[in-house]
Design a protein around this ligand. Structure first.
Ligand SMILES: O=P(O)(O)OC[C@H]1O[C@H](O[C@H]2O[C@H](CO)[C@@H](O)[C@H](O)[C@H]2O)[C@H](O)[C@@H](O)[C@@H]1O
Length: 284
C-alpha cells in the first residue's frame, strides 16, 4: 500500500501505458464511483455525466467496459447500462460472454445467510433507520442514517449473530457506513477482475476505478499491468492514482474516450518517441 498520487501528476504514465497497449479494459465500481453516495441505497444513481461518458466508451471498438460492484448483480445491472460484463456481490456473481457464473461455495451458503438475515431483521428492528439489504449471496447492514451512538451496538449484534449462526462459514466486513455479511472465502473483486482480464486479447491494458475497501483487491490485480484509480483522499491504497469524487470520474472517462482511445491506436514503436507535452488534448 502506498499513497495514491493525484491523477494529474500521473498523466505521463497514463499516456505511455495507453500508448503501449492496443486495447483498454475499463472496470468500474458503482457506489461512490459512478454514483455519488446517498443516505438511501435505493436512491443511488450514476451522475448523468458518468452515464453518458460510459456509454461513449462502451461503444468504442478498442475498449471493453465492466462494472464490478458490491451490489447484487441484478440490482447493479438495473442501475447502469452499457457494459457487456458485470460482476455483482463483490465478484461472487459474474455475467460475461452471455452467461452468469456464481461462486459455488457462496451458492451453498445462501440458506445459512438467509437464517442470519432473518435473525438480524428481528434483532435490529428497534434500531432507528437501520436497514438491511438482502443480496442473496451477501447481505448488508446499513448504518449511514443510524444515530452514531447506536452504530457500535449494531456492529456488536451483527458480529454476534454471524458468529452464532454462521458456523464459521460466514464473516462480517466493513464498507462505507455498512457491515457486509458474506461467505468466508478468499474471493473478491480482484479475482473477478482477473477473470475478466483473462478474456481480453493480448496488449490490453486494465484500468480500475473504485472508492471502497473491497476495491483494493481489484487495484492490486490491475496494478501489475495497468492502473488503479481510487476515488477519495490520500489514504494508503494499492491504487497508484487518485481523484476526489464521482464528478472527477466523468473527467477521466471523457479523457479516456477522446485522448485515451487515440493513444491506443498509436503504433507501439512510436511510443518511445512520444512525450507528454506533445499529447495535450484535455485535462489530465
Ligand atoms: O462496490 P460498490 O458498487 O461500491 O457497492 C458497495 C456497497 O454500495 C452500496 O452502499 C453504499 O452506497 C449507498 C448508497 O450511496 C450508501 O447509502 C451506503 O452507506 C454505502 O455503503 C450498496 O447499498 C451495498 O450493497 C454495496 O455493498
Amino acid at each position: 500500500m502506498t499513497t495514491p498520487r493525484p491523477i494529474d501528476e500521473q498523466r505521463a504514465r497514463l499516456r505511455s501505458t495507453l500508448t503501449a497497449a492496443s486495447r483498454l479494459l475499463l472496470c468500474l465500481d458503482f457506489d461512490g464511483t459512478l454514483a455519488p453516495i446517498v443516505d438511501d441505497p435505493d436512491e443511488a444513481a450514476p451522475t448523468p455525466e458518468n452515464e453518458a461518458a460510459l456509454a461513449t466508451l462502451a461503444s468504442e471498438p478498442t475498449v471493453s467496459t465492466a462494472i464490478v460492484s458490491g451490489r447484487a448483480l441484478a440490482d447493479v445491472r438495473s442501475r447502469i447500462e452499457g457494459p457487456k460484463t458485470y460482476a455483482g456481490n463483490h465478484g461472487l456473481e459474474l455475467a460475461r460472454r452471455g452467461s452468469v457464473a456464481v461462486h459455488p461455495i457462496a451458492r451453498k451458503r445462501v440458506s445459512r445467510l438467509e437464517t442470519v438475515y432473518e435473525t438480524l431483521e428481528t434483532v435490529l428492528a428497534p434500531v432507528p433507520n437501520c436497514r438491511l439489504e438482502n443480496k442473496r449471496l451477501t447481505g448488508t447492514v446499513h448504518v449511514r442514517a443510524v444515530p452514531s451512538s447506536a452504530r457500535p451496538v449494531v456492529r456488536r449484534h451483527t458480529q454476534a449473530i454471524v458468529d452464532r449462526l454462521g458456523g464459521g462459514a460466514l464473516e462480517v466486513s466493513t464498507g462505507k457506513r455498512i457491515f457486509e455479511i458474506g461467505p468466508s472465502i478468499p474471493w473478491g473483486k480482484g479475482n473477478a477482475v482477473a477473470l475478466i482480464a483473462a478474456d481480453m486479447p493480448p496488449e490490453t491494458v486494465p484500468i480500475y476505478i473504485g472508492d471502497d475497501v473491497t476495491d483494493e483487491s481489484a487495484f492490486r490485480t490491475v496494478e501489475h499491468d495497468g492502473i488503479g484509480i481510487r476515488v477519495g483522499g490520500d489514504e494508503p491504497s494499492a491504487a497508484s492514482c487518485r481523484i476526489d469524487s464521482p464528478t472527477e470520474v466523468a473527467a477521466v472517462l471523457d479523457w479516456l474516450g477522446s485522448v485515451g482511445v487515440d493513444l491506443l491506436e498509436r503504433d507501439v514503436t512510436r511510443s518511445n518517441a512520444v512525450d507528454g507535452s506533445s499529447l495535450d488534448g484535455g485535462r489530465l
